[in-house]
Design a binder for this molecule. Structure first.
Ligand code: FE
Ligand code: FE
Ligand code: ZN
Ligand code: FE
Length: 208
């Protein structure tokens, strides 16, 4: 199973490299060049994978600072609990990423994720522009779900990269985190539908 994955990964990387390098056509040096191109494609993907890991490592760390602020600003008990619970989960996700770095023999380094920085700022803006209560809660849910969706996209991608590179153990760890992000997203949707959005509408004088 492990070998099969690795073989597929190499074949894919090799065929992609071949397509991307027209210079390999018809020369006597074809063979050497192909080998070189193959390793370059795999190296390139690995580099991209490590870059993505650094990016999400920064993002998760930033979230350990943002989540307590969101919880403090939330009113609904379920929402506060969901945010506090996700803080604990996020701390575990950071350790998991450190394990992934260890598995590939790289130092865990954080590189600023501009996207997460923007999403967190958007959440702050919402909190500053709303009164505490159901409406601010609805805004916190909206901001948190954008964050979770960014994380879902990221972990989906890096999990696929890890699998392609034949790093099954890392892929399993990243997949665990992916499942947690999806769960957090569902919890937030439930919180919104069960009470908060209805309360927010009532605060605005709407009848639901
Ligand atoms: Fe996370
Ligand atoms: Fe990013
Ligand atoms: Zn996965
Ligand atoms: Fe998350």
């Amino acid at each position: 199973m492990k070998t099969a994955t690795k073989t597929t990964a190499k074949t894919t990387a090799a065929s992609r490299a071949k397509k991307a390098t027209p210079a390999t056509k018809g020369a006597t040096t074809t063979r050497t060049r192909m080998v070189k191109a193959k390793s370059t494609a795999a190296e390139g993907l690995k580099e991209l994978y490590i870059d993505c890991l650094k990016d999400i490592y920064w993002a998760e760390k930033a979230l350990t600072k943002a989540l307590p602020k969101m919880a403090k600003n939330a009113t609904n008990e379920n929402l506060v609990a969901a945010l506090e619970d996700h803080l604990t989960v996020t701390e575990e996700q950071i350790s998991r990423l450190e394990k992934v770095f260890e598995l590939i023999g790289k130092k865990a380094v954080a590189k600023k994720c501009e996207a997460m920085d923007g999403l967190i700022k958007e959440g702050q803006d919402i909190m500053e522009s709303t009164e505490p209560g159901a409406v601010r809660d609805a805004g916190i849910i909206a901001a948190s779900q954008k964050i979770e969706h960014y994380e879902i996209a990221t972990y989906g991608t890096i999990c696929a990269f890890a699998k392609t590179l034949g790093q099954d153990e890392a892929a399993a760890l990243l997949h665990e985190t992916l499942a947690e992000e999806k769960e957090a997203d569902i919890t937030l949707t439930e919180a919104a539908y069960n009470t908060i959005n209805f309360d927010a509408a009532e605060e605005d004088g709407m009848e639901m």
